[in-house]
Design a protein around this ligand. Structure first.
Ligand SMILES: Cc1ncc(COP(=O)(O)O)c(C=O)c1O
Length: 371
C-alpha cells in the first residue's frame, strides 16, 4: 500500500461510481439542460433586489425559513410542516436518501433516468437495482412493482416526467406501486408543470411517499438553486436532520417568495413552452431518419440511425448545444433536446433538417461539413 496515496480510505463505492459531469460547452443556443428559455421576469427581479437590499447581509437566513415554507405550502396545496426547502431539489433528494439508505439498502430506479439518483445512492452504500423502461421508453410498472417487492428494496425512485425520456407514470400506477410495495417511494416531479399532473393527491393516504420539486425549470430560477420537498410532517422532521443548517441562501429564499407571490406571471412562459413543444415534436417527427419519443416534459429524446455524436458536433458548430445522452442505457443513438424559444427551435430544426438530409443521402463527411 502506498502510504501517501490520496485515495487511501476513500470508500470503494465512491471510487467505482462515475462522476456526474457536464462538459462546459458554450453556445449561442442552449438546449442541453432543460432550462426555461424565458428568464425570470425583469420587474420581479427588481422586487427581489429591493427586498434583499433591505435585509442585513451580515445575518444568517432564518433557521427555519418559515415564511417561504408557508408560501410554498399554499402554492403546492400541502401544509407547512410537510415542506422542506433545499439548495436545489438535488440537495433534498440527497437528504432524503441519507435518512433512508444504510449500507446494502436496495434502491430501485428505472433505467434510463436522471443519473444523480444512482450516484447519490451508491455513495451512501446502496445496492442500486435498475428496471429498464419498455423499448418505447414508457414505464414498465409491472416490473417496477415486482422488482421492488422481490428484492426487498427500501426505496423506489421514480421521475415523472422522466429525464431524459419525457415518459410519465400516472397516479393509478403510482397508487398501485404504493399499495404493493412497502418501502419509501421518492417521486421526483422536477418537470411536473409541463405535464400538468402531480402525485400530490396521494400524499395524504400514503405517508411513505416523498415528492421533490424544483424552481429550476418552469419557474426559471436554475441559477438560484431552489427546490422543495413535500412529505408527511414526521418524515420531513427526520429528513431535515440530514440537510445542513442555513442550506438555502437568503437571496434565493427572497426570490422564491417573490416568485410564489406572483405565480400567475410564470404561466405565460409555461404556455409558450408547451405550444412550442407541440410544434417542435411534430416538426422533429417529420424529419426523415429521426425518431421522436413522446414527451410530457420541456425536452425531447430523439434517436438517429447513426452515431449521435456526429449530429451533436454538427449542431454545436452552428452554435446549438443539445445533450448527447448516448452513454445512457438503451440510448446509444439518442440526443436530448430542450424546448427553446420559437426562434431557437427554428434554427435547430433547420440545422437538423439539412444535416439529416445529407447524411441520409449518404454524404456523411459532406454532411458533417455543411450542417
Ligand atoms: C429529474 C431531475 N430532478 C432533479 C433535477 C435537479 O433539479 P435542481 O436544479 O432543483 O437541483 C434535475 C435537473 O436537471 C432533473 O432533471
Amino acid at each position: 500500500m502506498i502510504k501517501n496515496d490520496p485515495l487511501n480510505g476513500v470508500k470503494p463505492q465512491v471510487l467505482e461510481v462515475p462522476a456526474y459531469s457536464l462538459h462546459a460547452y458554450e453556445a449561442e443556443i442552449k438546449l442541453n439542460q432543460n432550462e426555461n428559455p424565458f428568464d425570470f421576469p425583469a420587474d420581479l427581479k427588481e422586487e427581489v433586489f429591493r427586498r434583499f437590499k433591505a435585509r442585513e447581509w451580515s445575518r444568517y437566513p432564518d433557521f427555519v425559513p418559515d415564511s417561504v415554507r408557508t408560501r410554498l405550502a399554499a402554492f403546492a396545496g400541502w401544509h407547512k410542516d410537510g415542506v422542506l426547502v433545499g439548495n436545489g431539489s438535488n440537495e433534498l433528494l440527497q437528504a432524503a436518501l441519507m435518512v433512508l439508505i444504510d449500507n446494502g439498502t436496495r434502491v430501485v430506479i428505472p433505467s434510463p433516468t436522471f443519473t444523480v439518483y444512482a450516484l447519490i445512492a451508491s455513495i451512501l452504500g446502496a445496492e442500486v437495482i435498475r428496471v429498464p423502461l419498455n423499448t418505447d421508453m414508457s414505464y414498465n410498472v409491472d416490473a417496477l412493482v415486482s422488482k421492488s417487492e422481490s428484492s426487498g428494496a427500501g426505496v423506489l425512485i421514480v421521475n415523472t416526467p422522466n429525464n431524459p425520456t419525457g415518459s410519465v407514470i400516472r397516479n393509478e400506477d403510482l397508487r398501485r406501486i404504493l399499495e404493493e410495495f412497502s418501502g419509501h417511494v421518492l417521486l421526483d416531479e422536477a418537470y411536473f408543470e409541463f405535464w400538468g399532473y402531480s402525485g400530490l393527491e396521494l400524499l395524504e393516504t400514503y405517508p411513505r411517499l416523498i415528492i421533490t420539486r424544483t424552481f429550476s425549470k418552469a419557474m426559471g430560477m436554475a441559477s438560484l438553486r431552489l427546490g422543495y420537498l413535500l412529505a408527511h410532517d414526521a418524515l420531513v422532521s427526520e429528513i431535515s436532520k440530514a440537510k445542513l443548517p442555513y442550506n438555502v441562501n437568503q437571496f434565493s429564499l427572497t426570490a422564491a417568495e417573490v416568485a410564489v407571490e406572483n405565480k400567475d406571471r410564470f404561466r405565460s412562459a409555461i404556455e409558450e413552452v408547451l405550444k412550442e413543444r407541440d410544434r417542435l415534436g411534430r416538426e422533429l417527427g417529420g424529419i426523415p431518419g429521426i425518431k421522436v419519443y413522446p414527451s410530457e416534459a420541456n425536452f425531447f429524446l430523439i434517436e438517429v440511425p447513426f452515431e449521435p455524436e456526429v449530429i451533436f458536433e454538427d449542431l454545436y458548430q452552428q452554435g446549438i448545444l443539445v445533450r448527447d445522452v448516448s452513454s445512457y442505457p438503451m440510448l446509444s443513438k439518442c440526443l436530448r433536446i430542450s424546448v427553446g424559444t420559437r426562434e431557437e427551435n427554428d434554427r435547430l430544426l433547420s440545422a437538423l433538417r439539412t444535416g439529416m438530409e445529407q447524411r441520409m443521402s449518404g454524404g456523411s463527411e459532406g454532411a458533417r461539413e455543411s450542417i
